[in-house]
Ligand binder design. Structure first.
Ligand code: ADQ
Length: 698
């Protein structure tokens, strides 16, 4: 990030760990210095929280879980509290420093709640988030008790990016499975906002590595020394944090197998394993440290000679110059994580092989494998297969090696860290620009005084109301959405107003609507999207169009029943002129998939008929194409003069037909989110009822 930050003069906010002195004056002075001279803002986290936050929730819970190792996950409710607390401190620090228009970029699994926490305090903020590590399959992710909060935390951002398309795909499946939230390939809607989603593999500053090799005399000297020292032998290099995701024991066991199965290579190849200890206060890491030391001892003990040490193990950080020399001297880099977001070592090796013919052995479980196609891919769990690949690599002709490396180099060079950061920032800028535009363009809530004035001053008034999701909240089972006495009272009051026609236009069956509202004589009722209607004051129901052949139901019903049988919780609704398959209670992901299958099946079956297949909100419905709410509205509004007051309220796609059929002057109101042709928007049924109550009172 350094080159990018130098370009933008941005602030870094970070936890200083143990870097600050305990004594308050020195602390304050150092913090001031950091901020003024380097733009580093220290976010202080009290010791009693920091341990549970960092070693605890971040590294003992999220790290193994997101890497797909559920059995390593430690569940500790207290550490979650600390994680939330630490995230809140970061969010507060951001909010207190950010100025209007600033771009805020949060990084990685330690800060997954920060986007939403910032959003809550400062709703117009422009926030991006990048996840450096993998996002696991939803089956693994949803193990976490705090899965919902974490997803919602991330969704506070305007732009979310992952290392690979695979991780992004997994994230979207979790949105669906955990939150029931459907998404598009590149975006998801939440709370009336759009969150942009992308896969953006991170790069390195390859020119810095190249410059080291070109210009730094120390590096050249070290490289020559290494070459001389390993003359006549192949040098293999591995560089990792000492972490169980990096596959170090797996690599050592594989190397042992290789030496066993390819005796001719004994004495002719050396593996240098550099491993910097990390997170040593987490028990799993201490165990790993011993395991690795033991394995190194075994391999060297079993195969070493007085002249040759098979594994050279450096358990420490080495500086960048030493690394550059090692990378450029090595004939082969063995990058074998069992799971890795990207893996920068693979790219660093490639950068240092400018004009070289080194071979990159790359685990298919590293994000980098998706980009670096010319590497030799390995499955680090497969000792036999990997040993064969090593043999092939060591025997590969120089031309082929050089060709592969040139292609890799080109790719690593092109997508460097600055390009990566620029892409992210551009994405965030575009995302926030479009969100703002749609928000500005979005429908206002109707102005209540203006609405009631128009209502009371008109000579005649027509109110067209959808039922589910408009007058009452959507319920998991359709039969649970019966109206309260208060709601029927409100509708009755509306029908007693002079020169006012009120009608409910619903997709429901005649039976439901008749049972609930049949005894309000002056309430107009249209059911099955308008196939059947009871005009205000009329005794009976009439069909909008007569003489229909209903034999299609015999063909369609078995198809729907078959889908219902295969999806527990779903059901078929039989209406007079329509059939519907409801899947609100089905597992979200399975339901969405099955619904698409059903729509395709039905569209083929019904092509060329006057029937339409409508995929609504958790329902797939077959009905007459002409039976739509627009037809009813046109029918009811026919006798209304231009000056009349017309209001229509609805919450889903079928209501768009209604809005579209009315004159521009009508008060059309969309309830909830989603694109609409209505002029106004209200958040939910409660607000709709409040407006209707205001009309009665006016
Ligand atoms: P890490 O898990 O830390 O990063 P990685 O991408 O390999 O893994 O980066 C390690 C960095 O540390 C490299 O720059 C490497 O040179 C350096 N390093 C490792 N061991 C070293 C040693 N002994 N001495 C000196 N330097 C050493 C997380 C994710 C990755 C993702 C990165 C960036 O886990 O998957 O690639 O973030 O997004």
């Amino acid at each position: 990030m350094a080159p990018w930050m130098a370009k933008t003069h941005g602030f870094w906010l970070g936890w200083p760990g143990d870097a600050l002195p305990g004594e308050p004056e020195g602390r304050a002075r150092l913090m001031r210095e950091w901020e003024e001279e380097h733009g580093y803002v220290a976010v202080e986290i009290p010791a009693k929280i920091s341990r549970s936050f960092y070693e605890g929730y971040a590294n003992d819970t999220l790290w193994p879980l997101l890497h797909g190792f559920p059995t390593r996950v430690v569940f500790a409710p207290d550490s979650w509290v600390a994680y939330r607390d630490a995230n809140q401190r970061f969010a507060d620090a951001v909010v207190s420093r950010a100025q209007k228009g600033d771009l805020i970029w949060a990084h990685d699994y330690q800060l997954m709640l920060v986007p939403q926490m910032v959003r809550e305090q400062s709703p117009d903020s422009r926030i991006g988030f990048f996840l450096h590590i993998p996002f696991p399959s939803s089956e693994v992710f949803r193990i976490l008790p705090e899965r919902e909060e974490l997803l919602r935390g991330l969704l506070g951002a305007d732009a979310l990016a992952f290392q690979t398309h695979g991780h992004l795909h997994n994230f979207r499946r979790s949105l669906l499975q955990v939150l029931g939230l459907e998404s598009q390939m590149d975006s998801v809607q939440i709370d009336g906002r759009t969150v942009h989603l992308s896969a953006l593999p991170i790069g390195i500053q390859s020119d810095e590595w190249e410059a080291l090799l070109r210009d730094d005399r120390k590096v050249a000297k070290r490289r020559a020394e290494l070459n001389a020292r390993h003359h006549g032998r192949k040098l293999m290099i591995s560089v990792d944090r000492l972490d169980y995701t990096k596959g170090i024991p797996e690599r050592l066991r594989t190397f042992r197998r290789f030496l066993r199965s390819s005796p001719s290579w004994r004495g002719k190849v050396t593996l240098v394993q550099v491993a910097v200890p990390s997170r040593e206060r987490v028990p799993a890491y201490a165990e790993l440290r011993s395991e690795v030391s033991e394995l190194v001892g075994e391999v060297n003990g079993d195969f070493g000679t007085p002249e040759w040490q098979p594994v050279v193990y450096l358990r420490r950080a080495v500086n960048k110059q030493e690394l550059a020399a090692l990378y450029s001297a090595a004939d082969l880099a063995w990058v074998g994580p069992v799971r890795d977001g990207m893996n920068l070592v693979a790219k660093e090796y490639v950068a240092c092989q400018h004009d070289g013919d080194g071979i990159l052995l790359l685990s298919e479980f590293a994000g980098a494998a998706h980009e670096l196609g010319e590497a030799l891919r390995i499955n680090p769990y497969d000792e036999v297969g990997t040993a064969e690949v090593i043999e092939r690599a060591l025997e590969m002709p120089s031309e082929e090696r050089a060709e592969r490396m040139a292609a890799l180099h080109e790719r690593v060079h092109r997508n460097d860290a600055v390009v990566w950061a620029e892409r992210f920032i551009d994405g965030l800028r575009t995302a926030t620009a479009t969100t703002r535009k749609t928000m500005r363009k979005d429908r206002p809530t109707p102005d209540l005084p203006a609405l009631t004035a128009a209502f009371t001053q008109a000579e005649r008034r027509l109110l067209l109301l959808d039922y589910d999701g408009t007058l009452t909240d959507i319920k998991p089972r359709p039969q649970d959405a019966a109206p309260t006495p208060r709601l029927t009272g409100l509708l009755r009051d509306l029908t007693t107003l002079p020169n006012t026609t009120t009608a409910i236009i619903s997709g429901r069956s005649q039976a439901d609507i008749e049972r609930w509202f049949g005894d309000i004589p002056d309430l107009g009722l249209a059911v099955e999207h308008g196939a059947l209607m009871r005009a205000p004051g009329a005794d009976g129901w009439e069909m909008l169009r007569g003489g229909m052949d209903l034999s299609w139901k015999d063909h369609v019903a078995p198809v729907l029943e078959q889908f219902a049988a295969s999806a527990p919780g779903s059901l078929v609704e039989y209406k007079d002129y329509a059939l519907a398959w409801h899947y609100r209670l089905v597992d979200a992901e399975f339901g969405a998939w099955l619904a698409n299958e059903l729509v395709t099946t039905l569209e083929n079956l019904l092509a060329g008929t006057e029937l339409a297949v409508i995929h609504g909100n958790k329902v797939v419905e077959v009905r007459y194409a002409w039976a739509n709410k627009g037809e009813v509205a046109a029918h009811l509004a026919a006798s209304y003069r231009r000056k009349s007051f017309v209001m229509a309220v609805g919450d889903d796609r079928t209501d768009e037909d209604l809005f579209g059929s009315l004159p521009r002057s009508a008060w059309t109101i969309r309830v909830g989110t989603g694109s609409t042709t209505a002029r106004f928007r209200l958040p939910g049924p409660r607000e709709v009822r409040a407006v209707l109550r205001a009309l009665v009172e006016a």
